[in-house]
Ligand binder design. Sequence first.
Ligand code: SOE
Length: 388
Amino acid sequence: MSKPLRIGMLGCGFMGRAHSNAWSQVNHFFPREHKPVLKAAYAREEDREKLKKFADSWGYESIETDWRKVVERDDIDLVDVCVPNIMHRDCVFAAAKAGKMIVCEKPLAMNVQEAEEMVAAVEKAGVANMVSFNYRRVPAIALFKQIIDEGRVGRPFHYRATYNQDYTIGADVPQGGMALWRLDSRVAGSGVTGDLLAHSIDSAEWLNGPIKRVVAHAETFIKERKHADSGKVEKVTIDDACMFLAVFENGSMGTFESTRYARGRKNYSTMEINGDRGAIFFDLEDPHILEFFRYADPETGKKIEDHLTGWQRIHVTNFEHPYMKNWWVPGTTIGYEHTFINSFADFLAGLEGGPKFQPDVRCALRTQRVCDAVLQSAREEKWVDIPA
Ligand code: SOE
């Protein structure tokens, strides 16, 4: 049986494109009853020309320059929130009130207080929802999780994450506006903490369990930048770089580093776990490779006596690897956009009797708590506990 799923897209930037592509592709690769229909796309009146081109290229049936109209339209089943973070709360509230399904880009909110209100509204409405921490659906990261769940890492001692980029090093890069709103904390909530560390934290808690406490240091390297909206030089209030130490509930220790000032690094997100039975390493700039160090047998916990002991480089493209049987033949790779398609495939499966999609808004609230604790710790220069 086929059911149309009529999408109302809020936003036509980078994420609007990534999500539109995923809605268009998902049925081609994953058999699902729900068939996404690109019904309406929203952007601000001043971006009408851009919106028209966006709608034409992805095949949206109509455009709106008032986002509330999209949310309230009877011919919309699902609201996809891809607008800047400052708008997430109002859009999610309105969508929940209208009884619409919700997809929301990360981070869920500007801060924990907003996120708590959003979770309450969405749970009260009882609507299906997902927050787009798309990297969980990189096949190699899903395999990372599977290897841990199979007991092959054993007792974890260390977790290490980086998320580094370099696109804001120039002092002439403006803050704000359509392209660079992520550099304006009034619109983004925070800098690298909400934008990049949120991904690392979501992955870390998914892979290694809850973080109990953190201590952080954050830096703003360039103190003033021209603002794209006002045209004036204004104070920069985002964190350009942030590092923190973490203690996990399971007793392991974590280090997290994120910056937009790591010359040469573009989207360098790595994660490594070291346990008594094995270790795993992943680098997003080499996304189909997973490195695994096998030390002990997961059944017996005994050291595997083998002259081939060493790091194993797994090319995660075989049919037995997560998601890969839905793509091409072994050895052929998939990329960034597929993480969104894999996410929507799982979200639709959840609507059709499969496992409920994670991360949902409640799970993303947890990530928000860690982000806020990191920022608080950096401000107050002390350890901060994360409420359970
Ligand atoms: C920009 O810094 C950005 O696009 C993030 O917003 C995304 O979430 C990340 O995946 C890539 O970098």
